[in-house]
Write a protein that binds this ligand. Structure first.
Ligand SMILES: Cc1cc2nc3c(=O)[nH]c(=O)nc-3n(C[C@H](O)[C@H](O)[C@H](O)COP(=O)(O)OP(=O)(O)OC[C@H]3O[C@@H](n4cnc5c(N)ncnc54)[C@H](O)[C@@H]3O)c2cc1C
Length: 244
């Protein structure tokens, strides 16, 4: 930037929901085999099985609109035990007691008691779960379309990802927003040459990967895109250097 490089996408990241760990950080978590997310009103607000970047963007949109504040909660039943049904937690989970001591995981025999522990209205939470369970039984999420797209079903062997929340005790785990990396960086051309605001390359200066403004802009075409573009633009930059 000191030599005149332009930047772009400085407010963007590869987003994902994040399980909050006892050290206070929300870390990239995906592949849920159960559970729903609820906001401070005890209501669902999103398709929990959507691709993680889209899910992250929807959460941020609702935060900006004021209907979701942090933490929001994953509500799940005891079908898989007390640990949240997350199959890919990129920061490994530690002992359950540490989350409980930090006030991040709660358990109760009834949904009303659970709601009191996490500070959401009990009636609303019970109604949310009852509605979700009805939809799970019918196999159609009329509210958020969970399961409508192939991605939503990728982690349930192509079956419906709607798992009822029926078997007590009931649990809640605190969630925040997380990311796989930031997208903001130096603006480049198609071979990784860093550009000025006027669009002219700065001689000898290249950027690829997390230091470049992501070529995919505000979208996430699919898993592998961050590393793919890092590798590709490093390669193109090296070829350009060699040609000079
Ligand atoms: C949990 C997680 C899961 C992910 N999963 C995927 C996935 O499945 N697929 C995918 O495509 N992407 C994934 N990503 C994103 C991907 O890992 C990154 O986009 C990619 O690694 C960026 O590559 P990079 O070389 O630009 O930066 P980095 O990999 O961050 O490399 C930068 C290097 O520079 C070093 N460094 C920093 N400062 C200095 C300095 N001053 N001097 C010398 N060295 C320095 C760092 O130590 C580091 O080794 C994931 C990211 C996270 C966090």
């Amino acid at each position: 930037m000191a030599v005149g490089a332009d930047t772009d996408l400085m407010d963007q990241a590869w987003w994902s929901p994040g399980l909050i760990h006892p050290d206070g950080r929300a870390a990239f978590a995906l592949w849920f085999t159960g559970g729903i997310f609820v906001n401070q009103a005890g209501e669902r607000f999103v398709n929990e099985s959507a691709p993680y970047d889209r899910l992250g963007r929807e959460i941020i949109e609702r935060m900006e609109g004021g209907s979701v504040s942090l933490p929001f909660w994953m509500i799940y039943d005891d079908a898989e035990g007390g640990v949240p049904p997350i199959k890919a937690s990129n920061v490994p989970m530690v002992e359950t007691e540490k989350y409980v001591e930090a006030g991040l995981w709660h358990t109760a025999d009834t949904l009303e008691e659970l709601a009191a522990k996490i500070g959401v209205p009990g009636e609303a939470l019970a109604a949310t779960v009852a509605r979700f369970n009805k939809q799970a039984a019918e196999g159609v999420d009329e509210d958020f379309g969970r399961g409508d797209e192939a991605y939503d079903r990728a982690f349930s062997n192509g079956e419906s990802p709607l798992a009822p929340i029926a078997q007590g005790p009931f649990h809640a785990a605190a969630f925040g927003i997380s990311d796989l990396g930031t997208k903001g960086g130096l603006r480049t051309d198609t071979v990784g040459r860093v550009l000025t605001a006027a669009g002219t390359p700065i001689p000898g200066l290249y950027a690829a990967g997390n230091t470049m403004a992501a070529p995919s802009g505000t979208t996430y075409p699919g898993g592998g895109n961050p590393i793919g573009t890092s590798v590709l633009f490093s390669h193109l930059a090296a070829l350009d250097m060699a040609s000079r």
